[in-house]
Design a protein around this ligand. Structure first.
Ligand code: NAP
Ligand code: GDD
Length: 325
């Protein structure tokens, strides 16, 4: 019999990648979509018509309960969140409600439906929880020091997962994923902002663009690789927490330079880039780099796409997207 998976946040970047690999593995895939955004659901359905969409909102307990009851999942992937760190500073309460309490609602719904012993649950934890990092590289044992309302909300959800796992013996695994990008990345995130603007420059649609702090560094991987790790976590004998990262960190400046080169433009950022002070965050995460050796040992997981390949695939994708516009 087919396994059934429920994905919250199915219309996001990771939801698209994850539903693709789960469908390929023969799963029946259900996705929770917030009803007030029918256009998102429509464009998602064009890309993944085989995913069964059910209306529900992580801010609304009764709808979460109903979606789980209707889909009867063997596995739940909780990807739904306010995921843009910048927005979390201006809407901290909304972020806490959806990114933090949303996961508590999922867990409580599973318990109320008395399926806590049979459902396996993945929580999308984040390297943003490390914030002002206590050690480098960061592992599953590194203490958290979040620097944004988003990071605080993710830390709440993470520990809620650990607490439910220990109190009720539920199968809950937290994936502490470092930044991952790709062709479905939202335009508000820095990598997509860079590659989409550079594609427009290459095609002669504009001359310059602007960014905030370009000296920060991130451990960037490819989203297609990272969703495979999510699935692997739920196939283990017991639940656990795993860091998923490449082990290499690059600055936003380096990403921009590499993207210019990939587009065949002069890799001299001053020629194309302005400074946008509005992008500066009240508190910043300066540098992240992850150690995913536990995931390699236990899950057999390793990233396949290198930094250079990631930049090139995003630039090529945006050249295609912008040419068609
Ligand atoms: P994303 O593209 O921003 O997708 C987030 C999804 O959450 C969207 O489908 C969004 O739906 C949905 N959502 C927002 N509010 C909701 C609500 N009230 N109820 C139900 N769904 C709601 O994020 P992503 O990059 O795919 O990331 C997936 C998850 O991993 C997120 O939890 C993120 O915080 C976490 N994470 C991401 C990264 C990364 O680098 N990408 C790293 C670590 C952790 P709409 O589109 O309709 O708003
Ligand atoms: N978005 C954005 N726009 N970021 C900029 C800009 C800009 O114009 N200029 C500089 N940056 C810097 C940000 O200040 C941040 O330090 C870095 O670029 C990366 O920003 P984002 O791409 O917005 O990602 P993030 O690292 O804050 O958060 C992402 O990764 C987390 C995992 O570490 C998101 O995907 C989170 O959901 C995820 O948990």
């Amino acid at each position: 019999m087919h396994k059934r998976a429920l994905i919250t946040g199915v219309t996001g970047q990771d939801g698209l990648h994850l539903s693709h690999i789960l469908l390929e593995k023969g799963y029946e895939v259900f996705g929770m979509v917030a009803g007030q955004r029918p256009s998102t659901a429509q464009s998602f359905s064009q890309l993944r018509p085989d995913v069964k969409l059910i209306q529900g909102d992580l801010a609304d307990f009764s709808s979460v309960l109903q979606v789980i009851d209707q889909s009867q999942p063997n596995e739940i992937y909780n990807l739904g969140a306010i995921s843009f760190v910048g927005l979390s500073f201006t809407q901290p309460e909304l972020t806490a409600n959806i990114t933090g309490l949303g996961f508590l609602r999922v867990l409580e719904a599973v318990r109320k439906l008395h399926v806590e012993k049979s459902v396996r649950i993945y929580q999308a934890s984040s390297s943003e929880m490390f914030g002002r990092v206590r050690e480098t590289p960061q592992t599953e044992l590194t203490s958290f020091h979040p620097r944004s309302p988003y990071g605080v909300a993710k830390t709440f959800a993470h520990y809620t997962g650990v607490q439910f796992r220990e109190a009720y013996e539920m199968f809950i695994s937290n994936g502490i994923l470092f930044n991952h990008e790709g062709e479905y990345r939202g335009y508000e995130f820095v990598t997509r902002k860079i590659t989409s603007n550079i594609a427009k420059i290459k095609l002669g649609k504009q001359e310059r663009f602007s960014l905030g702090n370009i000296e920060v560094s991130r451990d960037w991987g490819y989203a297609g690789d990272y969703v495979e790790a999510m699935w692997l976590m739920l196939q283990q004998e017991s639940p656990d927490d795993f860091v998923i990262a490449t082990g290499k960190s690059h600055t936003v400046r380096e990403f921009t330079t590499a993207a210019l080169a990939a587009a065949g433009l002069e890799p001299n950022i001053e020629r194309y880039l302005d400074y946008d002070v509005s992008m500066i965050r009240p508190s910043e995460v300066d540098s992240l780099i992850g150690d995913s050796s536990k995931a390699k040992k236990v899950l057999g997981w390793e990233p396949k796409v290198s930094f250079e390949e990631l930049v090139a695939l995003m630039v090529e994708n945006d050249l295609r997207v912008e040419s068609a516009r």
